[in-house]
Design a protein around this ligand. Structure first.
Ligand SMILES: Nc1ncnc2c1ncn2[C@@H]1O[C@H](COP(=O)(O)OP(=O)(O)O)[C@@H](O)[C@H]1O
Ligand SMILES: CC(C)(COP(=O)(O)O)[C@@H](O)C(=O)NCCC(=O)O
Length: 329
């Protein structure tokens, strides 16, 4: 009699690798992917791009941001190829040229998104295929203070509802559609409000980088309950800058201390009053802002969008990227 084949031990099932749309890379594995991409920035240039409190040096640029600029250059070329295929298919119907490649950069307040976005802008503009790289921050689409006050949203600044989301999406849609000139309002950290009458103009870039807390938020459903096209639908690539919440809080408070010694001293600064009180009192205010606004926004709105990013950069306590997760499917 033939005995039945032994069934596979249960543990074999348990250890079968789970299907995942991502590839996880250590810093060393990722930095090896730079290939022969040359380093086009000097230490002085990196210094100028660095945000207050951020730690970034040439090693970080070489190990993390050069491989990323190489990957993005490959993506831009491949996306052009796809667009060519679509143009061939559509013929006269919908053929379009000069569509910019759009990159979203998301993450918490004080995680260092601006530095990542500025570095990408500098690195990507060095490639001959796409020299014109524009950077836009979403704070220009925050509702003006007058409007936030009228809607009772002053303590919700940075939450999705504190933005004019339709105007932001329309702005990116117009750029993507190849409109010759597209304008956006301008926000000032100095006056903590939209600057009346000031405009930022974007003229047909090769690449557009859109940086902000909520850029990966799904679109709000329309009044009829139907799904609408959202901002992230216009992205060809997106980066989520990630770190432990405790580390980000420390970076936020340290930056507040530095701003108190610099930008807040300006007589026009909204925060000038925090230069007139003790450091401890000023820090109490910053801690409260973190605890009541920025942290809840991170937990409720920003972090849940992380899984939508093409690439997640995970920073360690010293701002250096330790791990990366790249979407492969
Ligand atoms: N109150 C402020 N006054 C002046 N500059 C500020 C103030 N708050 C933030 N900034 C600067 O604005 C930029 C964006 O900050 P933020 O939105 O927290 O994003 P991130 O730190 O992720 O880049 C940073 O360069 C920061 O240094
Ligand atoms: C202006 C911000 C909402 C960030 O805007 P973003 O460009 O990410 O849209 C944020 O930096 C901010 O000021 N938050 C309000 C709470 C605070 O003062 O920290």
């Amino acid at each position: 009699m033939i005995s039945p084949a032994p069934s596979a031990p249960r543990s074999a099932h348990r250890h079968r690798p789970e299907a995942t749309p991502y590839v996880d890379l250590t810093r060393a594995e990722w930095s090896a992917l730079r290939d022969k991409t040359p380093l086009p920035l000097t230490a002085e240039e990196v210094e100028k791009l660095r945000g207050l409190g951020d730690v970034i040096d040439l090693d970080e640029v070489r190990d993390i941001y050069l491989p990323l600029s190489r990957l993005l250059n490959l993506y831009v070329g491949a996306t052009d190829g796809l667009r060519g295929a679509l143009n061939t298919f559509l013929g006269e119907q919908g053929s379009q040229s000069g569509t910019p490649f759009v990159i979203g950069v998301a993450g918490s307040v004080a995680v260092g998104k601006s530095t990542v976005a500025r570095l990408l802008q500098a690195l990507l503009s060095r490639w001959p295929e796409h020299p014109r790289v524009e950077l836009v921050t979403t704070d220009g689409f925050l509702l003006p203070t007058r409007e936030l006050e009228a809607r009772g949203l002053m303590a919700r600044k940075g939450f999705p509802e504190s933005y004019d989301r339709r105007a932001l999406t329309r702005f990116v849609a117009d750029i993507k559609a190849g409109k010759a000139e597209v304008t956006a309002p301008v926000y000032s950290h100095l006056i903590y409000d939209i600057v009346p009458g000031e405009k930022l103009t974007v003229r047909r870039p090769d690449i557009l980088i859109v940086e902000g807390l909520n850029v990966l938020q799904p679109a709000l459903p329309g009044k009829d309950g139907r799904t609408r096209v959202g901002l992230a639908d216009y992205f060809d690539f997106s980066v989520y800058v990630d770190a432990r919440t405790e580390d980000i809080e420390r970076w936020y408070l340290n930056r507040f201390k530095k701003l108190r010694a610099t930008a807040f001293q300006n007589p026009s600064s909204y925060f000038r009053r925090y230069t007139q009180v003790s450091e401890e009192e000023a820090l109490d205010y910053a801690r409260t802002t973190w605890r009541t606004i920025n942290k809840p926004n991170l937990v409720e709105n920003v972090a849940p969008t992380r899984g939508r990013a093409t690439l997640i950069l995970r920073k360690g306590p010293d701002h250096k990227v330790q791990r990366l997760r790249l979407r492969k499917l």
